[in-house]
Design a protein around this ligand. Structure first.
Ligand code: GLU
Length: 445
């Protein structure tokens, strides 16, 4: 690590104890910043790094609710309003039992740079709860969301902080959250949340955007080596929103997608994933991958081993943080993987990332590759501000141009700073400079 950054990192460890995912996200960015600080001494002089590391505001609150059996449940709610140099805080809400402040801070910190890379006017934030929606009825999810919003509403607004979905939060949850916000504030403020259904002012393409964008980025990356998705064998981890639409776009570009997963195991479907069935099982029935296998002859469910043992040309980790460890990278490299693009946030461990880069595998970090979701959220905010709705084609065209521009910016920045082809450095440096320059312009605030 750069000598200017080492003492700052020691302080991060000291002041944010036990938050291992946050430490990991900071290390990843710091590993890229040495040459930037050497070239731009004003960033160190103005304590930009120290200011960036400290969230502007952190809100932690009690979320009490009553389950269907009449039992009172208590969860913890979070919203970390990390950085608003470029626009209102923007980022999703994650409902998952693993959520604690360290997860929300890692996600919020990455979101700052990701959002900067989109070129759209959005700052970085993240929130969520340790609530586990699995196995909960619609009525329980609704009561939980209403209780969550009963605290959150006072902190958010279209010019302040605009939450959206993440793991465990989709259109259903956003609808309940929006309904409660409207009731509490007596304002039909569409731009306060994104990922809304179309009836509430949502945007076409938002559902598809993260997965589509990840594949668009990977297609650009493959293009630098004269390749494309056409005819490639692809493995996608996860079976949620990001994975589903990554599979859809990869198939549309001619790829042969043979595997997906959830926390119960992975599915190998050599005949090619039946996307209609996957959508029926996961989106409509809220089922598990075993329900797909039960209705699809030839598909196999594996509950031991790793999805990364399946030979493929392109791997798209779209499930969750640290799901692709060193062993997975070794297996993929041994089997000749050409490209890895992160649809999830920080799914590849640092050791695995290094292995891919040393082996010359094209590697796209999540803060660049999965930025299509939040970019389309910013397009939803634009439509809400205009009280307008754009067509699917118009919106997808904007998404395509944002993803192409992120790809080109990362590639050009990596080259400029002496690491051609290193999309990790390119993304970290380009995102950082954008935010740092905006912060300097505003003085010490
Ligand atoms: N949760 C998504 C992300 O990780 C989307 C956030 C948003 O749309 O605001 O970027």
């Amino acid at each position: 690590m750069d000598p200017i950054l080492q003492p700052i990192f020691d302080e991060v460890l000291q002041r944010n104890r036990g938050e291992s995912e946050f430490h990991q996200a900071v290390t990843e960015v710091f590993d890229s910043l040495g040459p930037v600080l050497a070239k731009n001494p004003q960033y160190a002089d103005q304590a930009i790094i120290q200011r960036l590391l400290e969230p502007e505001r952190q809100i932690i609150f009690r979320v009490p609710w009553v389950d269907d059996a009449g039992v009172v449940q208590v969860n913890r709610g979070f919203r970390v309003e990390y950085n608003s140099a470029l626009g209102p805080y923007k980022g999703g809400l994650r409902f998952h039992p693993s959520v604690y402040i360290g997860i929300i801070k890692f996600l919020g910190f990455e979101q700052i740079f990701k959002n900067a890379l989109t070129g759209l006017p959005i700052g970085g934030g993240k929130g969520g709860s340790d609530f586990n929606p699995q196995g909960r009825s619609d009525a329980e999810v609704m009561r939980f969301c209403q209780s969550f919003m009963t605290e959150l509403w006072r902190h958010i607004g279209e010019y302040t902080d605009v939450p959206a979905g993440d793991i465990g939060v989709g259109g259903r949850e956003i609808g309940y959250l929006f309904g409660q916000f409207k009731r509490l504030t007596n304002r039909y403020e569409s731009g306060v949340l994104t990922g809304k259904s179309l009836a509430l002012g949502g945007s076409l393409v938002r559902t598809e955007a993260t997965g589509y964008g990840t594949v668009m980025f990977a297609e650009q990356m493959l293009g630098t080596r004269g390749e494309s998705f056409d005819g490639q064998r692809v493995v996608v981890s996860g079976a949620g929103n990001v994975s589903t639409y990554a599979i859809e776009k990869a198939q549309a570009l001619g790829a042969d997608v043979v595997a997906f997963s959830d926390s119960s195991g992975y599915v190998l479907d050599e005949a090619g994933v039946d996307l209609d069935l996957l959508k029926q099982v996961k989106e409509v029935e809220r089922g598990r991958v075993a329900d797909y296998v039960a209705r699809r002859s030839g598909a196999k469910l594996q509950t031991t081993g790793s999805i990364w043992d399946i030979p493929c040309d392109v791997a798209l980790p779209c499930a969750t943080q640290n799901e692709l460890p060193e062993d997975g990278a070794k297996a993929l490299i041994k089997n000749g993987v050409k490209a890895v693009a992160e649809g999830a946030n920080m799914p590849t461990t640092p050791e695995a990332t290094t292995l891919f880069q040393e082996a010359g595998v094209l590697f796209a970090p999540g803060k660049a590759a999965n930025a299509g979701g939040v970019a389309t959220s910013a397009l939803e905010m634009q439509q809400n501000a205009q009280r307008d709705t754009w067509t699917f084609e118009q919106t997808e065209a904007r998404l395509t141009s944002v993803m192409t521009s992120i790809h080109d910016t990362c590639a050009a920045t990596a080259e400029e700073y002496g690491s051609p082809g290193d999309y990790v450095k390119g993304a970290n440096i380009a995102g950082f400079i954008k935010v740092a320059d905006a912060m300097i312009t505003m003085g010490v605030v």
